[in-house]
Design a protein around this ligand. Structure first.
Ligand code: GLN
Length: 505
C-alpha cells in the first residue's frame, strides 16, 4: 500500500488527478503521521484534524463534480502560526496571544481555501518570529527530525521540521531575516523567500514590515513553485503588493530539469557572505563542490565583491527592532489575547498593560522592543536608525551592481549544520548566524535554499538569490542544481532523511 506521507505534493496531486486516492485518505495519513511522531518533534502548536478532514472531503466532492480548482487541490498543508486562520487559534508562539481565535483569514489562507488545500494545523516558531532555533517559542521548542538533540532552525522551525519528518508535504513560512531559509538548511528541505511584494502580507502577524515576506516550505523545488503559484499575486489590502505580472513558477521549476537548462547562466558568488572564518570548513568544502556542479551544468561562475554586505547584520539588528517596537505596541492587553491584573489588584490601564507585557512577552521580544525604541529615540535616531537606513541603501546598490554582472548569486544558506540546543540563544550567536540570509531581506530580493548535501551526517542548504521579480529564475536554477545533487547523493536527496522511529515516542 502506498504511504502517502512519502510522496511530494506534486506526486500527491498526480495520484488525486488519476483517481488513485482521495484527499480524505491522504489527509488522514498525514494526521496519523503527526499523531505518531509529533510527541517527539513538537512541530505543531495546534492540529485541526476535524477541519482538515472536512476540507479534504469538500475537495474530493468538488473533484468528483469536475471542479478540482487548482493543481494542488486536495493536497494537505501546514501553516506557520504567525499567519492568521479564521476560527483556528493563532498565537505566533507568544503567550500574549494565548487563546486568540482570529475573526478572519490571511490572504494566503484565503488562497489555500479557494484552491482547496486542507490545513492540517499551525506550526511552531520563535515568539513573533524572533529567533533562529524555535527555542524562543513561548510554548517550548521544536526538535530537528535528523537529530532530536538539535534545533530545526528558526524562526520557522516548526514548518521545516513538519515537512522534513513527512508530517506535511508542504507548509507556509515567513522570512524577515532568514526564517524560511535557515530552517530549510537545518532540516534538509527547500525554503523560498519570494520577492518582497510577490505574496500578500495581509494577515501575517507583523514583525519588521519592510522586511517580512510569506513563502513556501517543501521537500522539492517543484513543490515550492507549485505553492507559490497558489499563494502569490496581487492583493489590494497589502500596499506593498506587486501587480500581477508573474509567470508560472511550476513551469520554471520543470524547465530547470531540461538538459542544458542553465547553460551559460551567470552565477555570481558574493565573496563577503560566501566564505570566511565564520563558516564551518566542511560547509565551505560542500559549497565548493556545489559550485563545481553548477559549472558542470554549464553555468559561468564569477566571484563578486559586495563590500557593504559586511554591515548587513548590524543594519538589520537596528532596522528590524525599530519596526518591532512599533508593530508590537498593539499587544496592549486591551484588544487581543491575555490580560494580566497587577499583583496588588490595583488596576488602571497603564498598570494592567505593564503587567501584561511584563508577564506575557518573552525575553527576546522585550530585548528587541527596548533596542528598537532606543534606536528611534530623539538624539539617537540619526546615529542608529538613520545610519542603518543608509547601509540598507548601500546594500541595495551592491545588489544592483552584482546583478549587472550575474543572473543569480550563490552562497551557502547557513554557516553550519543544525546546532545543538542552547547554541543559538545568546544574542550574539543568534544574530551573527543570520549572515548569509539578511542581505536579501534588506534589498527585498528573492532567495531560495535547497539541500546541498550532508556535512557530518547533517544537511546543509545552498542559497540562490536573484534580482527583484526574478522568482521564476530562482526556481529554474535551483531545480537544475537539485537534479544534479540527486544524482550525487541518491535520488531524491530528501529520501535520505533518517527514519524517525514511530515507536520511540
Ligand atoms: N534570525 C532572524 C531574527 O531573529 C529571523 C527572523 C525572521 O526571518 N523572522 O530576526
Amino acid at each position: 500500500m502506498t504511504d502517502y506521507t512519502r510522496l511530494t505534493a506534486a506526486e500527491i496531486a498526480e495520484a488525486l488527478a488519476a483517481g488513485d486516492t482521495t484527499s480524505a485518505e491522504v489527509t488522514q495519513a498525514h494526521l496519523d503521521r503527526i499523531g505518531a511522531v509529533d510527541g517527539d518533534l513538537h512541530a505543531f502548536l495546534a492540529v485541526d484534524a476535524e477541519g482538515a478532514l472536512a476540507q479534504a472531503e469538500a475537495a474530493d466532492e468538488a473533484r468528483a463534480a469536475g471542479a478540482a480548482s487548482s493543481p494542488l487541490a486536495g493536497v494537505p498543508i501546514a501553516v506557520k502560526d504567525n499567519i492568521v486562520t479564521k476560527g483556528l487559534e493563532t498565537t505566533a508562539a507568544s503567550r500574549v496571544l494565548e487563546g486568540w481565535i482570529p475573526p478572519y483569514d490571511a490572504h494566503v489562507v484565503e488562497r489555500l481555501r479557494a484552491a482547496r488545500l486542507p490545513i492540517l494545523g499551525k506550526t511552531n516558531l520563535d515568539e513573533f518570529a524572533m529567533g533562529a532555533s524555535t527555542e524562543m517559542s513561548g510554548y517550548g521548542p521544536t526538535r530537528n527530525p535528523w537529530d532530536l538533540e538539535r534545533v530545526p532552525g528558526g524562526s520557522g522551525g516548526g514548518s521545516a521540521a513538519a515537512v522534513s519528518a513527512y508530517e506535511a508535504p508542504i507548509a507556509l513560512g515567513t522570512d524577515t531575516g532568514g526564517s524560511i531559509r535557515q530552517p530549510a538548511s537545518f532540516t534538509g528541505t527547500v525554503g523560498m523567500k519570494p520577492t518582497y511584494g510577490a505574496v500578500s502580507r495581509y494577515g501575517a502577524i507583523a514583525m519588521g514590515s519592510s522586511l517580512d515576506q510569506i513563502g513556501p516550505a517543501s521537500r522539492t523545488v517543484l513543490d515550492s513553485a507549485l505553492l507559490q503559484d497558489v499563494i502569490g499575486g496581487h492583493d489590494r489590502r497589502d500596499q506593498t503588493s506587486m501587480p500581477d505580472e508573474w509567470e508560472s513558477f511550476a513551469d520554471a521549476a520543470r524547465a530547470g530539469r531540461e538538459p542544458g537548462a542553465i547553460k551559460g547562466l551567470r552565477v555570481g558568488i558574493p565573496r563577503q557572505i560566501a566564505e570566511g572564518d565564520a563558516y564551518d570548513e566542511n560547509v565551505s568544502a560542500l559549497f565548493r563542490r556545489n559550485i563545481e556542479l553548477l559549472q558542470e551544468l554549464g553555468a559561468e561562475v564569477t566571484w563578486i565583491d559586495t563590500k557593504t554586505f559586511d554591515y548587513a547584520v548590524a543594519a538589520y539588528y537596528l532596522l528590524m527592532p525599530a519596526e518591532v517596537s512599533s508593530n508590537l505596541a498593539r499587544y496592549d492587553s486591551v484588544r487581543y489575547g491575555v490580560r494580566v491584573t497587577p499583583e496588588d489588584g490595583t488596576a488602571n490601564v497603564e498598570r494592567v498593560m505593564r503587567a501584561t507585557r511584563a508577564e506575557a512577552l518573552g525575553p527576546e521580544v522585550k530585548r528587541r522592543i527596548v533596542l528598537g525604541t532606543y534606536a528611534l529615540s530623539s538624539g539617537y535616531f540619526d546615529a542608529y536608525y538613520g545610519s542603518a537606513q543608509k547601509v540598507r541603501t548601500l546594500v541595495q546598490r551592491d545588489f544592483e551592481e552584482a546583478f549587472a554582472q550575474a543572473d543569480v548569486l550563490f552562497t551557502p544558506s547557513a554557516l553550519s549544520g543544525a546546532k545543538r540546543f542552547g547554541e543559538l540563544t545568546e544574542p550574539k550567536d543568534m544574530y551573527t548566524s543570520d549572515l548569509t540570509n539578511i542581505p536579501a531581506n534588506l534589498a527585498g530580493v528573492p532567495a531560495i535554499s535547497i539541500p546541498g548535501g550532508l556535512v557530518d551526517g547533517l544537511p546543509v542548504g545552498m542559497q540562490f538569490m536573484a534580482a527583484a521579480r526574478g522568482d521564476a529564475q530562482l526556481y529554474k536554477a535551483s531545480a537544475a542544481l537539485e537534479q544534479a545533487l540527486e544524482a550525487e547523493w541518491g535520488a531524491p536527496f530528501t529520501a535520505k532523511a533518517p527514519e524517525l522511529k514511530e515507536s520511540n515516542r
